[in-house]
Write a protein that binds this ligand. Structure first.
Ligand SMILES: Nc1ncnc2c1ncn2[C@@H]1O[C@H](COP(=O)(O)OP(=O)(O)OP(=O)(O)O)[C@@H](O)[C@H]1O
Ligand SMILES: [Mg+2]
Length: 169
């Protein structure tokens, strides 16, 4: 009976994993200007460990960078405002990379309750380029709000079906 329970739990875990993909990288960062750099570094390391092609790694780094930059702009300390204490206004964001068949799923969580808004394509404004880039480079992108607060902005890019386990590249 106990063996059956273990088996059932494992089957359920495997089913969940197939649905959401295998997590290949997870990083929690403070909403500080250094966050995009560390997120890019982690992305590169994780995808290299899976022997992903360099064009794909470059694209993933760019996407992560845009999503993380947005997340720190929207939920980090107000730029130029002198904080009363060192960590005033600093929040937590997370960056998760998942491998789903034929794709890499990039997820960036932040605590802000507003949705990302794609700028008007005809606009010649200086800002509003980040999500246009995400739209152009990714296969799909979007966001989900979490009942417990905050949201995840995500996008996917095409990846080879036969991604290797770490250390086999
Ligand atoms: N994670 C987010 N949470 C809430 N709002 C967001 C988030 N990401 C983006 N937005 C909103 O969508 C808008 C467009 O984002 P986008 O990245 O395209 O442009 P930008 O960040 O304003 O400028 P740029 O990326 O060109 O420097 C942002 O100005 C912001 O209002
Ligand atoms: Mg942006």
């Amino acid at each position: 009976m106990l063996a059956m329970d273990h088996f059932a739990v494992r089957m359920r875990e495997e089913a969940m994993m197939r649905e959401r993909g295998e997590e290949i990288s997870y990083l929690a960062l403070a909403t500080l200007p250094s966050a995009p750099f560390w997120a890019r570094t982690q992305t590169k390391t994780a995808l290299k460990a899976r022997s992903m092609p360099s064009e794909l790694i470059d694209a993933a780094e760019l996407l992560v960078s845009e999503l993380v930059t947005n997340a720190i702009q929207i939920s980090g300390p107000v730029p130029g405002q002198v904080p009363a204490s060192g960590l005033d206004g600093v929040e937590r964001i997370t960056i998760t990379l998942r491998l789903i068949p034929g794709r890499i799923l990039i997820e960036v969580f932040d605590n802000n309750h507003n949705p990302p808004v794609l700028a008007d394509a005809d606009s010649d404004a200086e800002s509003g380029r980040g999500l246009m880039l995400v739209q152009a480079l990714s296969k799909e992108w979007g966001h989900i709000f979490h009942p417990s607060g905050g949201k995840t902005v995500y996008c996917t890019i095409a990846a080879p079906e036969t991604a290797l386990a770490p250390g086999h590249g």
